[in-house]
Design a protein around this ligand. Sequence first.
Ligand SMILES: [Zn+2]
Length: 641
Amino acid sequence: MSLRVRALCLFAGRAVLAMAGVASAQTGAPLPPAIAAPQDRPYPGLIRLAVDASDVTRHIFRVRETIPVASGALTLLYPKWGPGSHGPVGRIDDLAGLIIQANGQRLEWARDTVDMYAFHLTVPPGATSLDLEFQFLSATDDVQGRIVTTPEMLNLQWFSLVLYPAGHFARQITVEPSVHLPDDWQFATALEVASTAGATTTFKQVSLEVLVDSPMFAGRYVKRVDLDASGPAPVRLNVFADRADLLEAKPEQLDAHRALVAQAYKLFNSHHYDHYDFLLALSDRMGFIGLEHHRSSENGTAPTYFTEWDKNPDTRELLPHEFAHSWNGKFRRPADLWTPNFNVPMRDSLLWVYEGQTQYWGYVLSARSGLVTKEQALDQLAYTAAIFSHRPGREWKSLQDTTNDPIIASRRPIPWRSWQRSEDYYSEGELMWIDADTLIRERSNGQRSLDDFARAFFGTDDGQWLTPKTYTFDDVVAALNAVEPYDWAGFLRARLDRHDGPPLDGLARGGYRLIYTETPSDYFKKLEARRKFADFTFSLGFSVGRENKLSDVLWGGRAQAADLTIGTQLIAVNGEAYDKDRLMAMITAAKTDTAPLEFIVKNGSRYSTVRIDYHDGLRYPHLTRDGNAPARLDEILAPRQ
Ligand SMILES: [Zn+2]
């Protein structure tokens, strides 16, 4: 928390008490002194950070850190605000065993009583460095959080493994990191190796900012593929898997990943790294992840990503999305989101650009590169459009307000997603950018497109990556106007602030219309099979997940009206045990029957019978060609020459 923020809190508190005429004796204890705000000045000396990551069976990371200091008061911070997570995600509760010594003498520390991520201590006269040790106790079961170590692989995030002095920009603190891994494991990271001794690797000195932006995957089963041998900078795909056979990739699969790099360069006309490493984990043991960095990305997906390629088209937007972030999010960053260190609060007002347009480019690049077919891309878009056509929460919560969700909810499970909304700036943002792209194409008679915006906005300063270039709402509007003069401020604000919807103008202008039929698309069927759920949202208003429990219930839908909630278990339908195919057949049969569907459901230990009077048949979303506009969506999805 910055000095200014805390001063404001104190001031507001006093003002309220003064207005209420409360006696000063009842004002309670004052807040502790503010923690020093970060300054853009070098921290003297070099921090040595040694992580023992070899205890993968007990999921414990052991950290030893040496911090150069001067005598006097010192505050150490544990990172709280996660770049790319856009919220206060630091797991301070998993930091344990903190012992701090100077010249072999133990120093007592005291945690700040307001900021739980800050530790105060006094450095004794004569001491020039501190020796710290602590553990990061990563989750041993997925109810505790994301699993980051398994017997076969690990995901090391420096964000969770460092304490750093308050009062300095992260880019002004220099760190020399080293890692001890299990024997015979290989690793990948954007960091560059300085030296190796057995299973311990020391990396070249970097700023704390670059360190946190350079996580590591390591493991037993590894495959590395060069994706751009003759390009301006090395781009590598580093694959880690639960088993060796899961690394088998067909040449055409790897070619699609190479085409991703080529198509990104055609789109952005630049790169913002000196080398780039995709870290890709194919595992159902390590927790899934998609997290962007300047020169790498953390990607966790299905173990059968390569080996059952035809069954998992829904997994193939992940790498394009995270790669696009090297331009949109890391190099160009919203001015209110950029922070000087990891303990200054982030503000997320422009995530509909940072994430929304990245969602769009990830979608577009997955089709342009051939990672998915055009048909799969259209089916995927139909599903997105259908979901956001069933979003009653827009009535009270604008798209703009959803940008606060990473701070409000930190991705905790919620009971009524369609009413509470949840980070809708990703996919509703994608629909908004389709709207903008097709509008530019329409107004310019196909001469210009959002590609021109991408080139102009993200493509400057080719090769530069160390210093993010920040932007504001007005900068986005000005860049759009430079591509195609229009009331872009009005266009964006209308879509960000409105309470009606759904936002499907881009589909119409793209030459397509959203329809529902009784047959799911091939993409939809594969998505249901891979994620082990059955989606009846567009008919009965629920979806069914593991153990036949409802995994989503549409606000205002028929299931909600029948008192069903997430967690309700479906036992039987019309007297027969619940089964997805059986329910589909019964919904179809109910079209010509007047009797309601009758469900036996279980909540906790209580069984009950509920009826849903529904006779409109199965409904699954599709896009169909609408000849009122040119097929601009086809042009958008086609590879650039
Ligand atoms: Zn993203």
